[in-house]
Design a protein around this ligand. Structure first.
Ligand SMILES: Nc1ncnc2c1ncn2[C@@H]1O[C@H](COP(=O)(O)OP(=O)(O)O)[C@@H](O)[C@H]1O
Ligand SMILES: Cc1ncsc1CCOP(=O)(O)O
Ligand SMILES: [Mg+2]
Length: 243
């Protein structure tokens, strides 16, 4: 939650985090986008998540799902499948999470970390996007973004991001902020958020000595990013052209 909120603040967004069911009807309509993250899911939190998704959709606000460890337990998988029914604009997970969600089955799992490359989940991501109408993003060495038809690859980033907990959660939150700006270009906004986060990590890595200092420099770099750095460094390609 710390890294997610600080990522959003550094990027110029204004995060608010809540769990309480009673607050959702007042609070959720104030947001320009909603991010639901099942990382530390409990049975008590799930009704608030479902209500928040419902209020967001009824308020015309996009919402983004991070299906953390979706295939690691039956409870988590069922919860994620129920949330997917509530029309997320974007689903962002790692390869193992997107495969589990797409197959709707509990999978041999490392837990919150992926045992698959993003490219292993390409067909699963396309099928999930087609079945749900959501943009599906699979993070990894190359981030894949698809609407079930178009597929783009976002190439920025550093492998050490995997050694900092909640970088996946944080980039999902950043996607929500980007999608809030222009709901008519959800795929482009998703690829842009993944790329900007990746560029910030590359700049941060040039000053870092390991995961803890990368965490700090990532936030500083995101805060200091300018248009020139983004335009000169972002690498987004049509995924088919890479083959
Ligand atoms: N091998 C890699 N090389 C470069 N960037 C990576 C690599 N693996 C993950 N990332 C980046 O790390 C961030 C978190 O992704 P990931 O580790 O896949 O998510 P999660 O933490 O949900 O498992 C994303 O911005 C992704 O692009
Ligand atoms: C370690 C951990 N345990 C439950 S949620 C969580 C964080 C997962 O974050 P990310 O998917 O971004 O690595
Ligand atoms: Mg994750």
């Amino acid at each position: 939650m710390d890294l997610m909120a600080n990522t959003l603040l550094s990027a110029g967004a204004s995060p608010a985090m809540l769990h309480t069911l009673e607050e959702i009807p007042d609070f959720t309509p104030l947001a320009h986008a909603l991010c639901l993250n099942v990382g530390t899911l409990s049975a008590a939190w799930l009704p608030a998540m479902k209500l928040a998704a419902d209020v967001a959709v009824r308020s015309g606000k996009p919402w983004v799902l991070d299906p953390v460890a979706a295939g690691a337990s039956g409870f988590r998988l069922k919860a994620c499948l129920e949330l997917v029914e509530l029309k997320p604009a974007v689903i962002r997970g790692n390869g193992s999470e997107i495969i589990a969600l797409s197959k709707a089955s509990v999978q041999p799992s490392k837990g919150v970390d992926s045992s698959h490359d993003s490219t292993d989940a390409l067909e699963a991501a396309k099928a999930l996007a087609q079945a749900t109408g959501a943009i599906v993003a699979v993070s990894g060495a190359v981030d894949i973004v698809t609407d079930g038809n178009r597929v783009v690859g976002a190439h920025n980033g550093v492998a050490m991001l995997q050694k900092i907990t909640a970088t996946g959660c944080s980039v999902t939150a950043l996607i929500a902020a980007f999608v809030a700006v222009d709901q008519s270009h959800t795929l482009e906004a998703t690829a842009a958020a993944l790329s900007v986060f990746g560029v910030a990590s590359e700049i941060g890595m040039s000053m870092a000595n390991g995961p803890a200092s990368l965490r700090m420099h990532l936030i500083d770099s995101l805060h200091g990013l300018d248009e020139n750095a983004v335009i000169s460094r972002v690498k987004i390609t049509s995924f088919c052209e890479e083959k």
